[in-house]
Every structure is written in structure tokens, then in C-alpha cells.
Design a protein around this ligand. Sequence first.
Ligand SMILES: [Fe+2]
Length: 160
Amino acid sequence: MAEYNKIKVVELLNQILEAELAGVVRYTHYSFLVFGYNRIPIVSWLREQATESLTHAQAAGEMITTLGDYPSLGIGRLLDSHQHDVGTILRESLENEARALNLYKELLLEVEGKSVMLEEYARQMVLTEETHAGEVNKMLRKPGEIEAVNQAQVAKTVAI
Ligand SMILES: [Fe+2]
């Protein structure tokens, strides 16, 4: 089996760790700012996402120490658009999830055919994150709309 570039892999895992930790903070923050009739299910969904991001961050950190390296104590980009309608929250979350997904895909490309453990991990995470993005995409559609919301529509409406 060919060797993977360990420095590059640890760098990607640290970026993943930081992005997932930012997700924990972001989802928790959003969960405080939902008001109106649908508050209860949306708050609990956002808290579930925060917990899932923490699980993903922990998996990335464990993978770094498995490789004998040092996990970052940093956190990914956190911006507050101060727009807290549920649509904006979901679009922002989709944007951020897309960044994390790209990191997992980059990791997969780096380790494919070179490490069964890392390849399986990256593949599993791509599946999990893409499924999650698909779910958020469905939440952004209007009832009766089948067509997926595309990335351009999401980016256009998110103030970054
Ligand atoms: Fe994640």
C-alpha cells in the first residue's frame, strides 16, 4: 500500500476538528434564537446538530492522536450575520456544512488506497455529511417543491 502524506492528513484532520467545533458553537448559538410557533422542534433539532458536530470533532481528534499527533485547540471561523430567521440559519448551516464536507472529501482523496482506517473514516463522514446536507436542503424547500435548492441560491441569500 502506498504511503499517505501524514503531515497533510493531520493538517486536514485538524481543520476538520476546528470546523466541527465551530459547528458545536454555531448550532448552540442558533438554538437560542429561534422564536415563534415552531420553536420547540427547531431548537431540539439544532441542539441535536450541535451534539452531532461534537461527536464528529471528537472522532477527528481521536484520529489525530491515533496517528500520534497533536490535536488543535483552535476553533473554525465563527461569524454572526445577526439574521436569525430559520431560513437564514439553515442556509448558513448548509454553507458551513459544505465547507466541512469538502475537507472530508479532500481527506478521502489523500488517503484513498493508502490507509483502510482513514479511507473508511473519510468515506463514512462524506456519507454522513452529504446525507445531512440533503436533509437541510429538503427543509429549505417550500412544501410541494421537489427540486433541490442549489448552492448558488444558498450562497446568494447568505450574508457572509
Ligand atoms: Fe460534521
